[in-house]
Structures are given as C-alpha cells and as structure tokens.
Design a protein around this ligand. Sequence first.
Ligand code: ADP
Ligand code: MG
Length: 259
Amino acid sequence: MTEPSIVFDRVGLAFGGEAIYDDISFSVGRGEFVCLLGPSGCGKSTSLRLIGDLLAAQSGSVTVDGKSPSEAWQEVAFVFQSPRLAPWRNALANVLMGVELRMGRDEARRREPRARELLSMMGLADAAHKYPSMLSGGERQRVAIARALAVDPAIVLMDEPFSALDPNTRRRLRAEIESIWQRTGRTVLFVTHDIEEAIVLADRIVLLSNKPTRVLESIPVTAPRPRRVSGNPELDALRDRLQRLFQSLEHIAPEDSAS
Ligand SMILES: Nc1ncnc2c1ncn2[C@@H]1O[C@H](COP(=O)(O)OP(=O)(O)O)[C@@H](O)[C@H]1O
Ligand SMILES: [Mg+2]
C-alpha cells in the first residue's frame, strides 16, 4: 500500500451500551479505492461518519492524512445513498452548493466553469439549468457525485451511492466513477453490501464482521480494469467465496433494518 490516507487504529465505539466497534483497525492508502463490505448494521456508515467528523471515536484513533477528522474535514466529501439535493436549486447550483458552504459565494462563482465541466463529465451537460424534480433518480445521483467532486476533495466517501438505482443506471455510474477515479487519483472509501460491485470497483476489499465489528479480511483485487466478474475465473471464485462468507454473516446478524 502507498502512504496511508485514512487510518483506523484500535477504534472503539458503543451506542447506548452496545459495542459497535471493539477494537477495529484498518487503513486506506492515498489514491487507493477501497470498498468496505459488511452485513447490515455492522457499522459501515458509522465509519464514514467518524472519518467525516460527524461523530467521535470513544477509544483508539481515526486519522485522515495524519490529522484528526476535525482538522481534515475540508479534504473530505460525501456521497450518500440518496442524493440530498436542494429542490429549489438547479443542477448547477446544487453542484456548487458544497463549495459555497465551505468556501463562500465568491469561490462558488469562480468555480462555475469547473462545475459545468463536472456536470458534463457526468453526462449532464444539458441539464445544468434543470431542477431536481425534472431529473431522474440516476441523474440526481450524478449531480450529487459532481457536487462532492466540486470541492476538490482529497478523499471521497461514498455510502452505498448506487443502491437506490436500477441495475442499468447502476452499472453505468460504476463505470463513470471508476473512470473519474482513474483520471483524478482521489482516495475513495466506498461502502457497499453488493459483492459484485465491490469486486468490480475495488483495489482492495475490506470485509467486516458482525458487531462488535472487526476486519475479517482485507482482499486486494488486482485484475485489470474495467472488470467483468462473470467469465473471469479468478473473480468468479472470489465472488463465490465472498458470497459464502457473507451468507454466514447475514445469517447470524440480528434483526436489523439499518442500512
Ligand atoms: N446515532 C446512533 N445512535 C444509536 N445507535 C446507532 C446510531 N447510529 C448507528 N447506530 C447503530 O449502530 C450500528 C451500525 O450502524 P450503521 O453504521 O448505520 O450500519 P451499516 O451502515 O453497516 O448498516 C447499528 O446497529 C445502528 O443501529
Ligand atoms: Mg449504512
């Protein structure tokens, strides 16, 4: 691995007496694309919240480029499962929203050409003036991705960003994210519970256990990109193995609708 960007060092966290993490350690290298895969409720979203300084660890430490999350939040951008766009802003203004909140209106105005470029990178060159209600679910999620990139973050955190989309849109957006990542070299931590998605996208898959959560395996995926799982014996075998592991985890997971 290259120089680490995100480091979880023996992190412990409990909510109301229930241990989520007991003693979890893992890291993400600078420029690396890591998929965090694990059963529902194991603390995937929680780990992103720790990195983004929306929550603090109770023991151990989380560092982001050698700094505490509270010092590093400017370097981090989020893409959530639902796009969370402002309905009263058009697509362009939504893309610039993060810039405006972090760096002010003047900077947002200066970055307008860049925002348009990002929209066109996401296949939305003609949609800059459209409001969220005029966009499809997939288009809204693309706006949210462009918004995350518009702040020019060193680190992009994605929390099951494609799970609400239909399979075709999902496949297309995966390919787009992969190609943007290849061009921009950002560090990406991508949460998913879709095994095939993790295999297609990841440099490395970090597989999490049930609570109290620890890292079960850290699996480098070295197959050349773009990848197709079916028809590739090595990736097929990896999928089968992960599926078996995952089934045993989901099987003993407590009734929990958290996602
Ligand atoms: N603010 C909170 N207060 C209490 N429990 C929480 C809170 N946030 C998450 N949890 C619990 O922590 C566990 C991990 O949640 P989460 O990180 O959302 O899981 P995942 O994203 O892996 O599905 C779940 O059991 C969830 O119910
Ligand atoms: Mg989650």
